[in-house]
Ligand binder design. Structure first.
Ligand code: ADP
Ligand code: ADP
Ligand code: MG
Length: 471
């Protein structure tokens, strides 16, 4: 491949630019009017302005596929979010002879429908969360099925994502009260009214397995991530490997994931998500047919560059490793630093970053698209940096995370960074025993002192950078 168009923005677009640069591939950024000062635009080899509304321009499959073709790109990388799970985009690219870096449209479509994915897994003999056969047709049917499954249950949008369109119901009355709400949320957010029912697994661990397949029938797993630290079904902290699994449980979930991927003839990078219940049973929950936000923790413990591997397999090359060659070492933690104010119910905090100092030192990686003076536009999601730390074991990684948070300075906006200091210091994290109820069960962690802005240190560091540049 000689040239790749990146159909995305923000930190993930920068991440793909970096992979291209190391592989000697030219990268092409696209951007909205709101993103003309964005980092991905500055970092890519070429950049093209897409005129139109700030969100819509990133969501037009025909336009993006045509642009890739007309600019002489061999492939498009869709990142995550936006076009990454749109079968129409994968299809438009293929029709124009531009490789889509991801699985084919039929797999994206099948796995994007959570009930179809569940069906495929049942046929492959993989345990799934007990639930309805396909979508429920009416409120009355929802109550009937929920009564059969037993409470609590989850009402879920069939085409949902990003933690939205999911509601727990503890009684028939709650199913009645929530049914129309979830249908309307699903229609608004995902353009599809389908909802289904799953048994609610109480206090589960979210354990997901990274897999990757090539076009020659090889599929490998790259071990698991623990994404149990969530708020409102959205991940905040991700860990690889899970400090909560035995070796035997790890082998078991990884085997389920490879079987799942094989059952659908999976190609390229993907993630199979499972819930682990209190009796230590794994249940398939969904499959994400794309690169994931939290892929850096897997890269940290395996040493494999997932984006480069995605590009290799999309170009037709076999996987550059066998299952036996994939080893994990140590422990990695990713903290999603969002431009949000945790103390105000995590309301988005957009605006100008007056000062930014990135953490560094041993075992620290920062994926971000911010810089001093950058104005975060209000149109997109609030992820502004991902801080990933690696160390030889869980406790060392946790302490390194705390140290790296201390190193980080982001002034001008509120972020979730100080909140992570509270989370990583908590006894449950020290003990490595936590489930998806952790954040909701510990509201007191929001009562931290707003860290002093440390403008003195920020100024000194900024001055040091200027002085060094002058030498
Ligand atoms: P991950 O599964 O990689 O942890 P998230 O669930 O946080 O990622 O989603 C990554 C990004 O993709 C977020 O910006 C989220 O809003 C967006 N996203 C995920 N699924 C969908 C979907 N089905 N429709 C629209 N946006 C989605
Ligand atoms: P999304 O596509 O938005 O990522 P998921 O189906 O992966 O949706 O669910 C997101 C999160 O919601 C899970 O990580 C988990 O915390 C919670 N969740 C979803 N389904 C269940 C369930 N049946 N029981 C308990 N928790 C669930
Ligand atoms: Mg999910």
């Amino acid at each position: 491949m000689g040239k790749i168009l990146i159909a995305n923005r923000g930190e993930i677009a920068v991440r793909v630019v970096r992979a291209c640069a190391e592989m000697g591939i030219k990268s092409v950024a696209v951007y909205s009017d709101a993103d003309k000062n964005a980092l991905h635009v500055k970092k890519a080899d070429e950049a093209y302005s897409l005129r139109g509304d700030p969100l819509g321009v990133y969501l037009n499959p025909n336009k993006l596929a045509n642009l890739a073709l007309s600019l002489g790109c061999d492939a498009v990388h869709p990142g995550y979010g936006f076009m990454s799970e749109d079968p129409a985009f994968a299809d438009r690219c293929a029709r124009r002879g531009v490789k889509f870096i991801g699985p084919g449209p039929s797999i994206i479509e099948r796995m994007g429908d959570k009930t179809a994915a569940r069906q495929a897994m049942i046929e492959a003999g993989i345990p799934v969360v007990p639930g309805s056969d396909g979508n429920v047709a009416s409120q009355a049917e929802a109550v009937k099925i929920a009564d059969e499954i037993g409470y609590p249950v989850m009402l879920k949008a069939t085409n949902g994502g990003g933690g939205r369109g999911i509601r727990r119901c503890d009684s028939a009355a709650e199913v009645e009260a929530n049914y129309e709400r979830v249908v309307s949320e699903a229609t608004k957010a995902f353009g599809a009214p389908g909802v289904f029912i799953e048994k609610c697994i109480v206090k589960p661990r979210h354990i997901e397995v990274q897999i990757i397949g090539d076009q020659h029938g090889n599929i490998c797993h790259l071990y698991e991530r623990d994404c149990s630290i969530q708020r409102r079904n959205q991940k905040l902290v991700e860990i690889a490997p899970s400090p909560q699994l035995t070796d035997q449980e790890r082998d078991q979930v990884c085997e389920h994931a490879v079987n799942a991927a094989q059952a659908v003839g999976y190609v390229n990078a993907g993630t199979v998500e499972f819930l682990l219940d209190e009796k230590r049973n794994f249940y398939f929950m969904e499959m994400n047919t794309r690169l994931q936000v939290e892929h850096p923790v897997t890269e940290a413990v395996t040493g494999i560059d997932l984006v480069q591997e995605q590009i290799r397999v999309a170009s037709g090359l076999p996987l550059s490793f066998s299952q036996e060659e994939i080893q994990w070492r140590g422990s990695a933690i990713e903290l999603r630093i969002n431009a949000e104010d945790p103390k105000l119910d995590f309301v988005p905090s957009f605006g100008r970053i007056t000062r930014f100092y990135a953490p560094g030192g041993p075992g620290v990686r920062l994926d971000s698209a911010i810089y001093s003076g950058y104005v975060i536009p209000p149109y997109y999601d609030s992820l502004c940096a991902k801080l990933t730390v690696w160390a030889l074991d869980w406790q060392k990684a946790r302490k390194r995370g705390l140290r790296a948070l201390q190193d980080t300075i982001i002034s001008g906006i509120k972020t979730t960074a100080p909140y992570y200091t509270e989370i990583l210091s908590h006894e449950r994290l020290i003990a490595a025993e936590f489930d998806t109820s952790f954040v909701e069960s510990h509201p007191e962690l929001l009562e931290y002192d707003e860290t002093a802005p440390r403008e003195d240190l920020a100024l000194a560091l900024a001055a040091a950078v200027v002085a060094n540049a002058g030498l």
